[in-house]
Design a protein around this ligand. Sequence first.
Ligand code: SAM
Ligand code: SF4
Length: 457
Amino acid sequence: MLTIDKEIIQKFDVAGPRYTSYPTAPEWTNALTKATYEDKLRIFGQSLTPLSLYVHIPFCRSLCYFCACNVLIRPNDEKYGDEYLGYLFKEMDLVAQSMGGRKKIKQMHWGGGTPTYLSEAQLERLFKKITASFDLDPRAEIAVEIDPRTIDRNKLEKLRSLGFNRVSMGIQDFDEAVQKEVNRIQPFEKVQAFYQWCRELGFRSINFDLIYGLPNQTPDQFASTVEKVIDLRPDRIALYSFAYVPWIKKQQRKLLFENLPTNSQKLDIFLQARRLFLEHGYEAIAMDHFALREDELARAFEQGHLYRNFMGYTVRPADEFVGLGLSSISFVEKTFIQNYKTIHEYYDSLKRNELPVERGKELTVDDQIRQWTIDRLMCRFEVKKREFKTEFGCEFDQYFAEEQSHIAYCLAEGLIETSHDYCRVTDFGKLFVRNICMGFDWYLRQGKTSRRFSQTV
Ligand SMILES: C[S@@+](CC[C@H](N)C(=O)[O-])C[C@H]1O[C@@H](n2cnc3c(N)ncnc32)[C@H](O)[C@@H]1O
Ligand code: SF4
């Protein structure tokens, strides 16, 4: 197994973005207005680009203490979902109106929170509202995030019959001691049964979310979770590094700091899990994902056609997407837009018949060039310099003249290798790809990003 010195880990273990977007969210401001979003939607509506739609359902029945998502904890009562759907439908009307004409959806993802917090009737109403507002491509990827604790066979059958063909389920860790510590008791047998139903009903590309770095985890303990996962054989696995940000997510303060693995233990847990997945027919996809060799995600990664957005990795370019619901993010016409994150602001804005825009960022040309570069490094572990020139009409090394010292540093540390043709992340560098990208982040270099990110290890 690859082992890495503690000193090396210390060196690279800094606070840094995960680069699900560039510019990163702290750079977005409320200078971006609802009028700008309307304008962007109108231009997007006139283009031939199909729609990738994200729908956020923020509710969960109980709070997992590690959670860094935008969630609202509510008891199991349809009234919360009914109220929310009322506003969500209004937002959908406003978005469809601004776009003018019906857009074709080629990719849809419901996330949260927990979409399956909604009842079967509510899920159906929401789906029908979407198909009444947009054209759903019959070949569309339609995915839903499911907390196995909130699903029964009937609800799963309902989702399948509506047209969902992909499932992503939150697992995190099968160990009872870890589950207890993070307030998420989720028996293995329940997951096993649910997984079987998904297979029987013909869901494709089934994904498991796991987290390493949680309290009480050790390499051996987590290896037994990984072995259980390997036995079930989901098509895809997202193995997330625990983003510990207690200054932002107060519930994480309930986790005892002394129970968290140290950064070197955390890396050992990851490397052990990675080795097991690789030995059992999975391929490592970009930073923290794995897919069965025969899965289209693995093939896309090999062939250099992998894409990434807030919904995760995908085989289809999702250059533009619209997010509906509390805190949702859209990227339309080179502009990030984020909805309000508090439910009363979100509802109030819609009561006034206004798009619930809180903040955003219109990308400058420099932002676009860096976004492309960071995306290539994160998704493909490589920038082809000729492709860069074709895309932007300038030489990579000239454009990144100020970054040459960072590039030299990464070379000296063995994180990358370069030639006239490429700048490529090494196998060792893949473990620290966030650190490599940080050198291309203009805002970070200016010290402009004020809020602290999670650690890169
Ligand atoms: C919206 S949840 C998935 C659906 C459902 N709510 C559930 O938990 O089963 C998205 C995923 O984000 C990951 N996640 C949440 N908080 C995290 C954190 N602090 N660090 C790393 N991953 C986290 C978890 O793996 C979780 O499954
Ligand atoms: S991990 Fe999933 S179920 Fe747990 S609080 Fe977060 S969104 Fe809800």
